[in-house]
Design a protein around this ligand. Sequence first.
Ligand code: 0X9
Ligand code: ZN
Length: 743
Amino acid sequence: MRVTRVAALSMIVTLAGLPASAQQPEPPAIYDGHRVVRVTPESGERLGRVLELSTHIWSERVGRGPIEVQLSADALETLREEGFDLEVLIDDVQGLVEQERAEIQARRDAAQLRGADAIDFQNYYPLADLIAFVNQLAAERPDLVSVQSIGQSVQGRDIWTMTITAPGDASARPQVALNSLIHAREWITAPSTLRLARDLVRGYGTDARLTSLLDQVQFVITPVLNPDGYEHAWNVERYWRKNRRNNGDGTFGVDLNRNWDVNFGGNGADPFTNSDIYHGPSAFSEPETSAMRDMLTSLPDLRSHVDTHSYSQLILWSPGFVGQIVPRQAELEALGTDLAQTILETGGASYTPQRGIDLYEASGTFADWSGSALDILSYTFELRPAGGQGLNGFSPSPDQILPTAIEINAAYLHLAEATATPLRFVLPSVASLQFDQPVSYDFSVLSAVDGPSSAVSIFVRQGAGSFTELAAQSLGNDRYRVTLDPSVCGEDLELYVSALTDTAQPVTYPFQGAAQPVAISVVNQQTLFQDSFGTDLGWSVSNAPGLTDGGWERGSPVGGGDRNDPAADFDGDGFAYLTDNVDGNSDVDSGATTLTSPSLDASAGNATLTYAVWYSNTSGEDVLEVEISGDNGATWLPADTVTSAGAWRERSIDVASLVGQPSQLRVRFIAADDDPQSIVEAGIDAVALVVDEPCPSGCLADVNGDGAVTPADFNAWIAAFNANAPECDQNGDGLCNPSDFNA
Ligand code: 0X9
Ligand code: ZN
């Protein structure tokens, strides 16, 4: 039962403690009678009518086909009268909001024992508690934390920023900036930045990794960038997104993630004041964005930034809109992919790394601005839950807060290590090595502020022994070459790189060196088929009858990479299969184009098919399907689905688990564009069919197992004979006797 709202209780904020009142005032029942419905408008005009009458859009995209919207009881009645066919998905939106609130209150009541902390990561907390926690950490370790108000919100609330670094002179330490709650309803984001602050403060001096990081880096953390919006979402309207600017026409709020001076007012931002993505009257019209701009531009050596949002589990980077030039694209992509991997390896959820533009176009966003205006590596994180849940996605259960904070912390830490420690190591990613086949790799050791690095070495080992040092050959310009020689089959090769800064400070990659080396599996593979498309090995193309443009063709990329098409092939021989390989406005339109391999013999063992794929699609709705056939193309099975990303990616298919060991295997790549308005660009390169063979058992004559047959093995055999050891049996008859000597 809902209690009518008593006169608004004013929140009494203490600097380092709990607010005086634990009982929250009841917000007005703003969504009373609201339902969420699915409707399929038959025309653009009918769609406009639905949008006009709805209070919120729950679907991720609006266009042709069904959409999900929130309607008041009156609006629902009106649409029914106008002949719309409405399917009710959620009968009582207000009920959902109240359920969430009741759970928060129940946890609050049960948490009397939660200890001295203002927030506990088991529950959501109002603004006053979040700020109390900021001040609590500062009071706990004033030698590590300083708190500063960077300005005031529209309604005059302070925007607090914490700077966290080791005691002593920090002037030479670069900065990493993190913020959360730019969007009012994205409640799960603040506990993530605050968790990092807590761990840094409490881990300094006890945790080696955090201590070393704070010795080298300054964290600049703004947990609540939009305090007015958060208060409003907490006390009045749960799904409020913007700030609380009075727009002067009866509407409120500017979207703080459309108010930055980067393509301000462009696609994916609205000029309508009532819109959730209203960009405001001018760039930086809002005190929240201008305060943040001034603070960030004043930092002497900012390296990277994360603007933390929810939801959909994404790691996003620029470009965020069509035509944005992103000089550090390759770095953003490589590191963004690492961040998603780090989250996964922490035992966290699966986050998709992709360019912002591949999600949807947006203009005037914070991370597009910080990345370009400050020349740093900037990301937008979208936290839990996974996408496609309407406004419900902003209300994950409090149980999700801690796991989300832990996985996001791992990513924040990785970002700081990768961008703000004195040297940066750029290594190729190597999934596996062929045993007994030495191979050379080039890598870079870059120093952004210090002079050139020196004493670059690589340390490797296979098995449990100690690491041995390999010489890294200097190629000049911070490039180095090393030759790896994996001599033991089936045992991971582990390595780390070390170097000295110009001030002789040792730095390793990965950050913890020998304690956390890179592991590369060492396999015994046989290549059954390999195609880099320099010549025609018998692939065929078939286009759907409706296809108007964009069939597969073999060639060198000519588009120049300016329309989401690859600027170069993947494996460097200059050739690939590409869809509509022409410069300018050309892509796959209105149908599918299918590229089918020649018949391949996969009968030699359990085969894996590997390939590099490029697939980019501006609408985000289309995908590239990969299918395989074990009967020479008579029947096909789905084997891989590739979603949009403007980069070459290596993929693999476990052929054996799908179709066994066929002698007539085919694979086909189907690039489709069902929405002709969207741009689809695809490429395939470096196709290979390999089988893993068992590691060879050691040569019998190598009795002492040193990898070579030498006179020393003779003595070793005598010893084995005397000891009746298994190595004695050279003729394989299961016995150890003098006939083994002749063998
Ligand atoms: O639209 C936004 O502001 C962000 N998503 S949210 O649902 N949290 O509002 C994402 C912006 C990312 N940039 C681009 N998609 N270009
Ligand atoms: Zn957001």
